[in-house]
Design a protein around this ligand. Structure first.
Ligand code: 5GP
Ligand code: ZN
Length: 137
């Protein structure tokens, strides 16, 4: 399903022009308009899925296949020394466009930070409680 009101549906399906790095029947990879680094790109499915929760499992596999292809190309062509895959789901996670997408963010040895957190220090018991919460019946 495609959503006429969704900007990423329109970009992915070529209704709005973009700097496209890769395209096939189901996906388009474009340069991000507000890049975190040189080469920051977005993998967009042509179908509309709001987020990871709506994404079919097979599409997840396809997206990772494309991510790998693009990562190799970025290393060769841009000379990046690292790469972050970032994928936000929901407002609390920083998602601003409600059409599933994966960020490919090439990294260079320039000291810049993309995302960081302060590591916690939970006890073994706390970790086990969380494990049981996620995995329990
Ligand atoms: P999110 O915060 O939802 O994970 O990421 C949305 C990303 O889409 C942001 O990095 C933003 O710069 C990018 N973006 C938003 N609108 C457009 C657009 O119209 N074209 C392109 N190429 N990128 C966009
Ligand atoms: Zn959409």
């Amino acid at each position: 399903m495609r959503d006429e009101k969704c900007i990423f549906c329109r970009i992915a399906n070529g209704e709005i022009p973009s700097n496209t790095l890769y395209e096939d029947d189901g996906y388009r990879v474009i340069l991000d308009l507000g890049p975190a680094s040189k080469g920051h790109a977005l993998i967009l499915p042509k179908e509309h899925y709001a987020d990871l929760y709506e994404l079919p499992e097979e599409a997840g596999g396809e997206v990772m296949r494309i991510a790998k292809k693009m990562a190799v190309r970025m290393k060769e062509k841009l000379g990046c020394t690292g790469l972050n895959l970032v994928q936000n789901n929901g407002e609390s996670a920083g998602q601003t466009v409600r059409h599933f997408h994966v960020h490919l963010i090439p990294r260079y040895d320039d000291g810049s930070r993309i995302a960081g957190w302060t590591p916690g220090n939970p006890s073994e018991e706390e970790l086990a409680r969380v494990r049981d919460l996620i995995c329990g019946q």
